[in-house]
Design a protein around this ligand. Structure first.
Ligand code: SIN
Length: 494
């Protein structure tokens, strides 16, 4: 797929530090694998502590001039970057599909989704308003102004290799911060292409730095950033255990943190729901990126009165999904990212079946020749008679598996939905307006979909509560997370 790029210079395999593409300081290279074929498609810099350090030096050196730029100047560069991302959407989508596996149409959607954050924060860059505070005593003027926090370390996941890094770098730059970024080891090429376009847009040297690292080298790189007091903020999307590690390790220098961590989203279908709309919403939210999305429903609770009808409709839709490589235009579900991912999904399904769940559709790994290529595929699956002690009720499955739980009472289902340490997203379907407000109030999550499965938008605050983390991405709140407030008090005015 990469041999059909119209601009082959978007394919970068080196780090980008201080405005220069450069090899890592060590000897090692990191293999990038196409999850559909298991072919190595590129070999990328595998960085060391020295590279991580050089990136912080560059970001720190660039910070004073960047923070001095006006919001409008920063906005102009972000707008240019946005335009370049949109212009190069086909190439970017090919790179995403090649290293991450999502079907091409979905990858194109991700490019535009990521670009929408860049555009949004370009616009917000000119609106970092503070407050004028009515003085409590005469003769003083009180003000609160917002300032960029400084150097930001962005550590990003593989599931949305463009959108997640865009929605961290864009607000950081808009706020006047400079960035050191480390993409996931599975998907460094998309991040490098995006940074290449930032270079083309004209961001000053050192404002954006990219350091790639394998799973083995990642701790060495990230430890440098955690220990360095010049790094004032860490923004991370990924697992809760890693998020907790970052929080503990950044305590030494008291960095600001934004952590978008694991989820265990409930999806509740009440007896008065529009069932067709609920099935549609579940298909959209569950099967986006093959189920490899933090906000994907992980537990589907269906009222006993509509359970069988809902499952019949759902099974028909899920059974018709086309599984295959991104290169096949018919594919709706691509390969899972790697072997560990597909093994986890399989373990969850087996455990559920051992505990009494029944497979309605799917329930197995798919291998060639059923699917073209050697990749790690899992059949889209519906299970019924799921229960709370099953692994898939307690952990994020991160794959195309829908476990259906039956319930009979509103209080019972709210308690079940909240019975998890996680609190990222929740969804429910009902046509009762009073129930809408009651349930939205009681769900312990940062995001709630009400009769809606597609929640993500650049204008909305994305983030969780409980062990799903803190901080928000997107919306005006997403910009504030990269700024601190300075209080100014001027006296002697009378
Ligand atoms: C995620 O999976 O972390 C992000 C998904 C989204 O932006 O909707």
């Amino acid at each position: 797929m990469l041999d059909t790029l119209s601009r082959s210079e978007l394919l970068r395999t080196q780090n980008f530090i201080a405005g220069r593409w450069q090899a890592a300081s060590g000897e090692e290279l990191l293999d990038v694998v196409d999850p559909a074929t298991l072919d190595v498609i590129a070999r990328v810099a595998d960085s060391t502590a020295a590279d991580a350090q050089a990136a912080v030096d560059a970001a720190q050196a660039a910070f004073p001039a960047w923070r001095e730029c006006s919001g409008r100047e920063r906005a102009q560069l972000l707008k240019r970057w946005h335009a370049l991302i949109v212009q190069n959407q086909d190439d970017l989508a090919r790179i995403i599909s090649a290293e991450q596996g999502k079907p091409l149409a979905e990858a194109r959607g991700e490019v535009l989704y990521g670009a929408s954050y860049v555009e949004w924060f370009a616009e917000e860059a000119t609106r970092t308003h503070g407050d004028i505070i009515p003085e409590p005593v005469r003769g003083k003027k009180l003000m609160a102004v917002k300032e960029p926090v400084g150097v930001v370390a962005a550590i990003t996941p593989w599931n949305f290799p463009l959108a997640m890094i865009a929605r961290k770098i864009a607000p950081a730059l808009a706020a006047g911060c400079t960035v050191v970024a480390k993409p996931a080891e599975d998907t460094p090429l998309t991040a490098a292409a995006l940074v290449r376009l930032a270079e083309e847009a004209g961001f000053p040297a050192g404002t954006v730095n990219l350091v790639c690292a394998s799973r083995q080298q990642t701790p060495e790189v990230v430890d440098v950033w955690l220990a360095d007091s010049r790094v004032r903020k860490i923004t991370f999307t990924g697992s809760t255990p890693v998020g907790k590690h970052l929080a503990r390790q950044s305590a030494g220098t008291l960095k600001k943190l934004s952590l978008e961590l694991g989820g265990n989203a409930p999806f509740i279908v009440f007896e008065d729901a529009n069932l067709d709309a609920a099935v549609e919403g579940l298909m959209v939210s569950k099967f986006r990126n093959g189920g490899q999305t933090c906000v994907c429903p992980n537990r589907v609770f269906v009222h006993a009165a509509v359970h069988d009808r809902f499952v019949d409709k759902l099974a028909a839709r899920v059974g018709a999904l086309h599984v295959g490589p991104a290169s096949d235009e018919r594919s709706q579900i691509g390969p899972m990212i790697n072997e560990r991912a597909v093994d986890k999904i399989d373990r969850h399904v087996r455990d559920a079946v051992e505990q009494g769940a029944k497979v309605v559709v799917g329930g197995r790994k798919l291998a060639s020749p059923q699917v073209a290529g050697a990749g790690h595929y899992y059949a889209p699956t519906v299970l019924v008679q799921a229960g709370p002690t099953m692994a898939l009720a307690q952990e994020e499955t991160f794959g195309p598996v829908v476990p259906v739980f039956r319930f009979t009472a509103e209080d019972e289902v709210v308690a079940l939905a909240n019975d998890t340490p996680f609190g990222l997203a929740a969804y429910f379907y009902t046509q009762d307006p009073a129930r809408i407000w009651r349930i939205a109030d009681q769900l312990e999550t940062g995001i709630v979909g009400i009769n809606e499965g597609a929640l993500a938008a650049e204008a909305a605050p994305f983030g969780g509560v409980k062990e799903s983390g803190y901080g928000r991405e997107g919306s005006r709140h997403g910009l504030e997370d990269y700024m601190h407030i300075k209080y100014l008090c001027q006296g002697g005015l009378r």
